[in-house]
Design a protein around this ligand. Structure first.
Ligand SMILES: Cc1cc2nc3c(=O)[nH]c(=O)nc-3n(C[C@H](O)[C@H](O)[C@H](O)COP(=O)(O)OP(=O)(O)OC[C@H]3O[C@@H](n4cnc5c(N)ncnc54)[C@H](O)[C@@H]3O)c2cc1C
Length: 552
């Protein structure tokens, strides 16, 4: 049997950061196991490839939730990355640190040492900021790099790019509308004062997605102490007494076993990490017994407390050209492809989500309660069938959408049986609280206010699918139940906290009740951050790796 010092399960956003950072210690032999394949598809690297990977069966787990009574009995489609880079290889690349109180709330929930100050220091060290002119700056030291490419000493590996010079001209209507509503415009929503209309910054470099696989893992794979094994789907973790010592996985149809001398780190993401724990005997005792698994640690917090952001889009036909005009026609696409090939710039180098920001739906709110998206494009997905794809509409259009920032409903993940290949039961339990329903109405009203500004009226030809300006509060909620969906941020299913009564891991990510096992991914968030979850996931992994290196 192969033996390594450290085994990392899952080469996603967190797993790639860990492998990259921990392998700098040459004395640590590391195995990184990933269920998906290598990130060789060009659609992973070209930012506009988002539309292609969204339903791609080779790159995506394509989960489905249980039917949700509060969402009109619908089952939700939950994409997750099944490829080196994980969900960070197929996401929309918005880079959002989250708001300071998100992390102070982590500390208050028992995650000692995780607060706004400590995570800001970690973000500063992990990032390099790329300005519109290509200048690269370290937020930690303020030092600049003249060159526009390559990795630099003293600069963080994760690039955060300002692409405001490349976004679509119709975005100005969004900024004008915000001003009309007395909301400020900001340059960088990852710095104080955070709130107001912004252009989203994205984790790209030289026009290509800079997922943690490219930023952290790829350079580290040159090291002889790091081994990446792809298409290796982990079944479970094995214990001697209470110490995690080995991992079993399926590779090329056969079961394999590998031993870890020091650590096993579970980084399979918020859906898979709790199911691997459950199959390994760590979870709710009743659930495990029901599936013939002998409980090692009876901890009902495993798979529980799941939080996610739900969102909805309002679609508008525009009276002037939007991205649809180029993306829908062959000549337009060829023009964009040429622009991208020659300059690595333009719509192919960007996220579909161009503008938005943190907003208070009511000035009396203590904190921003809504994240807004303004996209200069509209699209439909073909009806569920053999090959589901995203198509841009054949007329100019744009989207205003929102997500409540800090929902209070809690869902759960459970194994459906003991078979590692079976998909888990995903039960989001959406809109389970009155507060969440109220936040939906508040968010819809905010979008209505945007749509009703004189600025936006100058752009709107007509709403389609649903007209938020004609809706009562009840109709807004009803429409949300019928049309909303996840914005792909499940967290909290192995949450961090003070003890096993309330949590699964401690503030160093060690699993309560056993030795030698950590969970490091989005599943450990004690509460969801106010916006997109990729940056906080990578920051968390980066900081844990630093601490593990210091304490070795
Ligand atoms: C479509 C989409 C759009 C998104 N857009 C954004 C965005 O714009 N900005 C943002 O901040 N966030 C976004 N997110 C969310 C963000 O990408 C995730 O929060 C983040 O990637 C989570 O990282 P993770 O390490 O926890 O899990 P993942 O990155 O999902 O990594 C888990 C890895 O484990 C592997 N794995 C799973 N099970 C096993 C097993 N049994 N054996 C071995 N390997 C296994 C998976 O294949 C995967 O590679 C989006 C997500 C999706 C899906």
């Amino acid at each position: 049997m192969d033996v390594f010092d450290t085994i990392i399960i899952g080469a996603g956003s967190a797993g790639c950061v860990l492998a990259g950072q921990l392998s700098a210690d040459k004395s640590r032999r590391i195995l990184l196991l990933e269920a998906g394949g290598k990130d060789t598809s060009p659609w992973v690297h070209i930012p506009i490839g988002y539309g292609k990977t969204f339903f791609h069966p080779d790159l995506n787990w394509q989960y489905e939730t249980e039917a949700e009574p509060a969402l009109d009995g619908r089952k939700g489609y939950w994409p997750r990355g099944k490829v080196v880079g994980g969900s960070g290889a197929i996401n929309a690349m918005i880079y959002a640190r989250g708001l300071p109180h998100d992390f102070d709330d982590w500390q208050d929930a028992g995650a000692a040492g995780w607060n706004a100050d400590t995570v800001t220091a970690a973000y500063d060290a992990m990032e390099t900021h790329i300005a519109v002119d290509g200048t690269e700056t370290s937020p930690e030291t303020g030092s600049k790099s003249g060159s526009k490419s390559g990795s630099k000493t003293g600069m963080g590996s994760m690039t955060v790019q300002d692409v405001s010079d490349q976004t679509h001209p119709i975005n100005r209507y969004f900024f004008d509308a915000a001003k009309e509503l007395n909301y400020p415009s900001q340059n960088d929503y990852n710095q104080p004062p955070y709130e107001g209309a912004i252009t989203y910054r994205i984790n790209t470099r030289n026009g290509r997605r800079n997922a943690s696989s490219r930023a952290f893992l790829k350079p580290a794979l040159r090291r002889s102490n790091l081994t990446l094994r792809v298409n290796a789907q982990v079944d479970r973790i094995h214990f001697e007494e209470n110490r995690a010592v080995a991992v079993s996985y399926i590779w090329r149809g056969k079961r394999h076993m590998v031993r870890a001398k020091t650590d096993i780190i579970l980084s399979a993401g918020s859906i898979a990490s709790p199911t691997i724990l459950q199959r390994s005997g760590i979870g709710d005792g009743h659930l495990l017994n029901q599936h013939g698994i002998t409980p090692l640690v009876d901890n009902p917090n495993v798979g529980a407390h799941m939080q996610d952001h739900l969102g909805i889009n309002y679609y508008f036909k525009a009276n002037q050209p939007t991205l649809n005009n180029v993306l829908h026609s062959w000549p337009g696409r060829i023009k964009l492809a040429l622009q991208y090939a020659l300059t690595r710039r333009g719509p192919m180098a960007l996220s579909v989500n161009q503008c938005g920001g943190y907003f208070r739906s009511n000035p009396d709110m203590m904190r921003p309660d809504q994240q807004i998206y303004f996209n200069p494009v509209t699209y439909t997905t073909t009806p569920a069938g053999t090959r589901t794809i995203i198509n841009t509409d054949p007329f100019p259009g744009f989207i205003i959408g929102f997500s409540p920032t800090r929902p209070t409903s809690r869902g759960q993940i459970q194994i459906a049986d003991a078979d590692p290949i079976s998909k888990p039961r995903i039960m989001p339990n959406s809109l389970a609280t009155n507060q969440d329903c109220q936040m939906v109405v508040d968010g819809a009203k905010l979008c209505r206010a945007f749509a009703n500004t004189d600025s936006m009226k100058r752009l709107i030809d007509a709403p389609f699918y649903a007209d938020v300006s004609q809706m009562s509060d009840d109709m807004m909620l009803d429409d949300f139940r019928k049309r909303s969906g996840t914005v792909f941020h499940p967290v909290g299913t192995c949450r961090m906290g003070a003890n096993a009564k309330t949590a699964v891991v401690d503030h160093t990510m060690r699993v309560f009740g056993v030795d030698g096992l950590r969970v490091v991914d989005a599943s450990v968030f004690p509460n969801i951050t106010s916006a997109n979850t990729n940056a906080p996931t990578m920051m968390l992994a980066w900081r844990v790796a630093q601490q593990m290196m210091e304490n070795r």
